[in-house]
Design a protein. Structure first.
Ligand code: PEP
Length: 258
């Protein structure tokens, strides 16, 4: 009943060392296989820490797993004197298909601005990585009733100067900051309200055709018990899952909307 192929994405944040990462992906793949998961129908991606990516690649390639993976961040530069940074070309060579950009923890803890996010999206696109752009308001903005305007401004800042052709496989994840890791989940109507507003905005900025193809995720305390109601929104095409993605069985249930 989905117009677009749903995406269930797991953001591991700074959890799981390289051994734990392999075990988690393996268990996830087995659990999904046991459940007869159809990856063509619902895409499943995990976003491990950088240091886990090589191990995940080896497992996924060796066992021909259909689980996809990406990084939680990337540098806006391609190479050079940028100590501690990781380039999009490294991620591409490690088989990443997507990359999270502008997660609220990057914005808050590392001071990433919309301009930073914009240059990181450009870097991802240069290396064939689909950007999963994260946007969303804090509690103060929500309380003031300005969440839609705030979030659409983040989308504009992130995409400034980029054409629909360049943006290709763009995914946008709406993650209200007050719902991340708090157990506080936005209602299905909140998720749909924002997804609809983002899609209409993309249609006005680019074209209806482009907007209709962009997948819009909701993120913030998604669990197996609430995923089905959130995905019932006509414009909600999947979920970005933090805490619950660290448990293979729970994440597999989310991916099958059980
Ligand atoms: C996230 O960090 O992207 C997230 C949605 O976290 P959680 O599911 O734990 O709220």
């Amino acid at each position: 009943q989905f117009v677009r192929r749903p995406l269930i994405a797991g953001n591991w944040k700074m959890s799981m060392d390289h051994m734990q990462a392999i075990a988690l992906v393996q268990k996830l793949a087995w659990t999904l296989d046991d459940a007869g998961h159809d990856y063509e129908r619902v895409q499943v991606s995990v976003f491990p820490p950088f240091t886990d990516l090589r191990g995940v690649q080896t497992l996924v390639a060796g066992d021909k797993l259909a689980v996809e993976y990406g990084a939680q961040d990337l540098s806006d530069q391609d190479s050079g004197a940028f100590t501690g940074d990781i380039s999009g070309q490294f991620l591409d060579k490690l088989g990443c298909s997507q990359v999270l950009i502008g997660h609220s923890e990057r914005r808050e803890i590392h001071g990433e601005t919309d301009a930073t996010v914009n240059s990181k999206i450009r870097a991802a696109l240069r290396h064939g990585l689909a950007p999963v752009l994260c946007v969303g308001e804090g509690l103060d903005v929500r309380t003031a009733g300005e969440h839609v305007a705030h979030t659409l401004a983040q989308v504009d800042g992130a995409l400034e100067g980029l054409s629909a052709e360049e943006l290709g496989e763009l995914v946008v994840a709406y993650e209200p900051v007050w719902a991340i890791g708090t157990g506080e989940v936005a209602g299905p109507e909140d998720a749909q309200e924002m997804a609809e507003a983002i899609r209409k905005h993309l249609a006005a900025t680019y074209s209806a055709e482009f907007a209709d193809g962009v997948r819009l995720l909701y993120g913030g305390s998604v669990k197996s018990k609430n995923v089905a109601s959130i995905l019932a929104g006509a414009d909600v095409d999947g979920a970005l899952v933090g805490g619950a993605s660290l448990d293979a069985e729970e994440f597999a249930k989310i991916a099958t909307f059980e």
